[in-house]
Design a protein around this ligand. Structure first.
Ligand code: ADP
Ligand code: MG
Length: 359
């Protein structure tokens, strides 16, 4: 491209809130044949809201004195059932290690206390939801963030875990009694999280060796419930996917979230299920982008978070969107000043148009 053409393209971009960090980037962007969107905060608003709290009977043992409710593994199929079956008149309620099943509020109180130390949007929605219900939250004594899995905190005399199936399995707690509840919520596009507690002094079930290969599922920890957050898909996300597809650009999505939630969001914005990369750990996002490019594709990665910076760096074109974190912005080739996925289309169109004129 001539310097003049590049300058025109760069200026048009800037007027539209599309900042190319160099003339070479503007030229390179026309070659993008695949756009990989991060899900949370990029295709969705990234503003989570607590939508569901379900009390679960964690051991999945059949009830000793009222076999009926045990048929489903001993957990309620929705939130309203959960509060009904935990009423004192229900014989099946008396199953969790000889104690009554927790109420929904108990589950939420534990989860929210554990999440107080986390800045993750999932965590903040849980804490806000608990506050809205007027629940008083304990101050956790210890807190640990487990990236891509959840949190572990000491709340009163219990260790509390909130996170995904992997987090529970790695701590020797079997998530299977909550599987139906999780799947139902995930099919609605929600992020469902398991809540478990390990009473003080109990074996936490973690494998002796730290290689994570062996989980005896033998801890005294118990699954107590499921909480779910939902995010809103951005208004223009679907239009952006449609326009990119019309240009002949393959559109993909990458997320740490689970497969079901990811596919439900993908379906809503028009991304093909086979183009979804879910359950990708933060440190594996850049490898996932590299794998997508391994067969000669030229990918634009679009993300907003700290986690996304290495993936932005690996991509043919790294694009930071919206308010994005400083880390993401530093790693980006293109910055979209607004929070609008349609500006991804705009960036590519400006490059297409600028470079065509020169040829
Ligand atoms: P994303 O790529 O969507 O931003 P993350 O990599 O941060 O997702 O997290 C992946 C998954 O780990 C989440 O979907 C959730 O199941 C679990 N998780 C992460 N952080 C937390 C948390 N603070 N509380 C509960 N679960 C969490
Ligand atoms: Mg994210």
């Amino acid at each position: 491209a001539t310097p003049a053409a590049t300058m025109v393209g760069t200026t048009i971009g800037a007027k539209n809130g599309v900042l190319f960090t160099g003339g070479d980037i503007l030229e390179r962007t026309k070659d993008v044949d695949t756009v990989v969107f991060d899900k949370t905060g990029t295709l969705t608003e990234g503003e989570m809201e607590l939508t569901d709290v379900v009390a679960v009977d964690g051991d999945g043992r059949p009830a000793t004195d009222g076999g009926e409710a045990a048929a489903d593994g001993g957990f309620a199929s929705d939130a309203s059932d959960a509060s009904e079956t935990s009423s004192p008149n229900d014989p099946s309620a008396d199953r969790v290690m000889g104690e009554d099943r927790l109420t929904e509020d108990d589950v939420l109180r534990l989860a929210a206390a554990a999440e107080r130390g986390s800045e993750h949007p999932l965590a903040q929605a849980i804490v806000d939801g608990a506050n809205e219900r007027g629940l008083e939250l304990a101050e956790p004594d210890a807190f640990e963030n487990v990236p891509g899995q959840g949190v572990r905190a000491t709340v009163g005399s219990d260790e509390v875990l909130v996170g995904n199936r992997t987090l529970l399995r790695n701590n020797g707690i079997d998530p299977s009694p909550a599987v139906e509840t999780m799947e139902r919520l995930e099919n609605e596009g929600k992020t469902a999280m398991l809540v478990a507690r390990v009473p003080a002094g109990a074996d936490d079930g973690k494998p002796e060796s730290n290689d994570g290969s062996e989980n005896d599922n033998d801890s005294d920890g118990e699954l107590v419930g499921v909480v779910a957050d939902a995010d809103t898909v951005k208004d223009s996300a679907r239009a952006a996917v449609t326009e990119l597809s019309e240009r002949g650009t393959e559109v993909m999505m990458i997320t740490g979230d689970n497969e079901r939630t990811a596919r439900s969001v993908a379906e809503r914005v028009g991304i093909k299920p086979e183009n979804v990369r879910a359950e990708v750990l933060p440190e594996d996002k850049s490898d996932a982008v590299a794998a997508i490019q391994a067969d000669g594709r030229q990918a634009m990665m679009v993300g907003d978070g700290v986690n996304d910076a290495p993936a932005l760096a690996v991509a043919h074109v790294g694009t930071a969107i919206g308010s994005g974190t400083d880390v993401a912005i530093e790693a980006a080739d293109v910055m979209l000043m607004r929070d609008d996925p349609l500006d991804v289309v705009k960036a590519i169109r400006i490059s297409d148009a600028t470079i065509q004129k020169i040829k």
